[in-house]
Design a binder for this molecule. Sequence first.
Ligand SMILES: Cc1cc2nc3c(=O)[nH]c(=O)nc-3n(C[C@H](O)[C@H](O)[C@H](O)COP(=O)(O)OP(=O)(O)OC[C@H]3O[C@@H](n4cnc5c(N)ncnc54)[C@H](O)[C@@H]3O)c2cc1C
Ligand SMILES: NC(=O)c1ccc[n+]([C@@H]2O[C@H](COP(=O)([O-])OP(=O)(O)OC[C@H]3O[C@@H](n4cnc5c(N)ncnc54)[C@H](OP(=O)(O)O)[C@@H]3O)[C@@H](O)[C@H]2O)c1
Length: 263
Amino acid sequence: MNAQTPATGKATQETLVSVHRWTDKLLTFRTTRPADYRFTPGQFARLGLMVDGEMVWRAYSITSAEAENALEYYAIVVPGGLFTSALIRLQPGDPVWVEKLSYGFMTADRFADGEDFWMLATGTGLGPYVSILQQREVWHQFRNLVLVHCVRHAEELSYQEKFESLRAQAQAAGFPARLQLIVMTTRDDDAAGSDHLHGRITAALLDGSLERKAGLAITAEASRLMVCGNPDMITEVRDILRERGLGPCRRAGGGQFITEDYW
Ligand SMILES: Cc1cc2nc3c(=O)[nH]c(=O)nc-3n(C[C@H](O)[C@H](O)[C@H](O)COP(=O)(O)OP(=O)(O)OC[C@H]3O[C@@H](n4cnc5c(N)ncnc54)[C@H](O)[C@@H]3O)c2cc1C
Ligand SMILES: NC(=O)c1ccc[n+]([C@@H]2O[C@H](COP(=O)([O-])OP(=O)(O)OC[C@H]3O[C@@H](n4cnc5c(N)ncnc54)[C@H](OP(=O)(O)O)[C@@H]3O)[C@@H](O)[C@H]2O)c1
């Protein structure tokens, strides 16, 4: 049974349900879902772990679908990181605290219009898109869904089968949008010959190779973008998009892109 956390009262004690290890540093984990917990795909949860007698809180994008019974997250284990050094040792049945509120503005309902939805991620910045692509509405809201995942090495390209299966389900259901998956690696020498783009998202935006690969131009009229992950990447992408006449989404409306820094 879920218990109130004595530490804050803002969280409930949940239970680790399962852990899937993609590599020695990358994992997907699931927790029980707090009663009455609400989130919009693209949002993040604040999770707590007890580390040496103290509660440590960190933000994690929710990767599960809105209606699932469990909550899922995708994480990298940071060398020497306080939270993730404890996370990697957890076993199913162990406690994880989940704040009752979910947070974040990286939700597709903030785009009032646009035809092409670009989802750009480095590393674990992929997380929000796993949830968003399980949201039926986005398959009706846009004509093209372009998911771009850039990692150091090909072995870090997680969730590929999930995306393929979502694409197949959407096609079978007759949803209008088309999903393209564009994967990029930056540190593999043998990328030549694979269908990966080699290099950073920023370079591929600047030299036009990303748009050529997608067969779509990024314009203020047609494109709506989310950018998530490495903060330096986000700063650089924001500058590139601004140069091209696109602007951040504002609460009052307007704008073409939304960003979320992970650190
Ligand atoms: C809004 C938001 C959402 C987030 N969602 C996720 C998520 O879904 N998955 C996830 O793994 N992390 C996510 N993070 C980062 C996460 O909250 C922690 O920072 C991370 O788990 C490391 O915690 P730590 O205590 O082990 O190390 P920390 O002391 O917090 O981090 C140490 C250093 O590790 C590096 N680092 C931290 N997080 C990452 C990362 N995700 N990828 C690469 N390098 C990183 C940075 O250089 C950072 O300065 C998110 C952060 C924010 C602000
Ligand atoms: N063990 C070590 O020596 C060491 C060293 C550094 C980091 N780390 C740890 O390893 C983890 C790295 O996680 P990660 O690989 O998922 O995240 P990351 O370092 O953000 O790299 C993910 C992808 O983002 C790209 N990228 C980085 N900065 C960018 C920028 N300014 N513009 C555009 N693209 C950019 C990277 O390209 P590039 O490959 O070109 O950078 C890479 O393809 C962190 O936990 C970190 O603490 C370990």
